[in-house]
Design a binder for this molecule. Sequence first.
Ligand SMILES: Nc1nc2c(c(=O)[nH]1)N[C@H]1C(S)=C(S)[C@@H](COP(=O)(O)O)O[C@H]1N2
Ligand SMILES: [Mo]
Length: 398
Amino acid sequence: MKRLTWHEFDARITKAQAKFSARAAAGIPKAEQFKGGAHGERVTARVGVLLGLAFLICFVTGLLSHLIQHPPSWFFWPSRPVWLYQVTQGVHVLSGIAAIPFLLAKLWSVYPKLFERPLVRSVPHAVERLSILVLSGAAFFELSSGLLNVAQNYPWSFYFPQVHYAVAWVAIGSIFVHVAVKLPVIRRALTRERAPVEPSGRGLSRRGFLATTGIATGAVVLATAGATVPALRNVSGLSWRSDKGSQKLPVNRTAVAAQVTQTARDPGWRLAVVTPVGTRQLTLAELRALPQTTVDLPIACVEGWSQMATWRGVSFPDLLRAAGSLPGVDVRVSSLEKTGLYGVSTLPGEHTADARTLLALELNGEVLNLDHGYPCRVIAPSRPGVLQTKWVAMVEVR
Ligand SMILES: Nc1nc2c(c(=O)[nH]1)N[C@H]1C(S)=C(S)[C@@H](COP(=O)(O)O)O[C@H]1N2
Ligand SMILES: [Mo]
């Protein structure tokens, strides 16, 4: 190898540096580079409308799910149709997934503006930029945390639902502010007969960009919808949880994880039904001797997967009557599980009056296995999976 003189070496370094700085400079986006149809006001407004709609639907269905899990006194959620929660939560997860490509497309269409200098021109300009920062941050957080939750099953445990819920208000609030502030631009972009001077240049055309966004959105929705739409089960490569699982039903928390393998199999197990007239202790044999009801109901997890199954067991109206109480009262259900966050749930009167709300003993024609809640578990129509308490030990009239 030829030895370089110091001068030669220095010259090479200088040249490399110059080349590097030129590349770096080229990497910083300049407004002129973003003149394709994909960056026009009309694209931003159209994608914005889709994004806003997806967010609104996602927000409303998410709020419903939150209210069902933390019902204020004024709230009422019907037990029929049995698939109601399955649909609202499926729509929640799918609209959230659809919003991801819309959000990326919207950011792309305004990309150069995000790097505008000077950073702040005036007080209203500063407020506008700050609101966009809050909006994109909140939207990004909601979509990514929701997606991770769907994929990984509660990586943040209790923390996730609370934060996801709180940030949802920030997101929807900043969307309203943003739409209000941009209303003149949105109106101009969406209604003008004669197109405003469309930026022209290289890159995707407006139509091309919108079509790409649409195709990307359709693809991600199709890829995941099989988790809750039976007809799409074989189409959806990414339907994380489907009908694969013991007794043809996915399992979220196993008996081993819940540390109930001993207590659930204990022959001394009794179901305690506590009512104002006293406590009735029932053995498994006694539960089996009560009238049995068979019903097809879905488990619809808050994560978005759902699966229909045939359940058989004692209906809550029958159980309550057997213990000397009346159907239609609120009851608290406690599990043998002492460690997790989902060991206790409250069934509202609407559900305990419904003969399709069961303390299930069988699933798809077999005795419930340990992972599905043996010796007995709650299965109620139109309820989040998280409230379908497994390994039940006690039912208390409140
Ligand atoms: N005791 C107890 N019950 C529970 C849970 C739990 O963690 N502990 N998980 C719930 C959740 S999140 C869902 S989606 C359903 C799933 O029921 P499966 O495992 O029988 O499909 O059980 C619910 N019942
Ligand atoms: Mo769940």
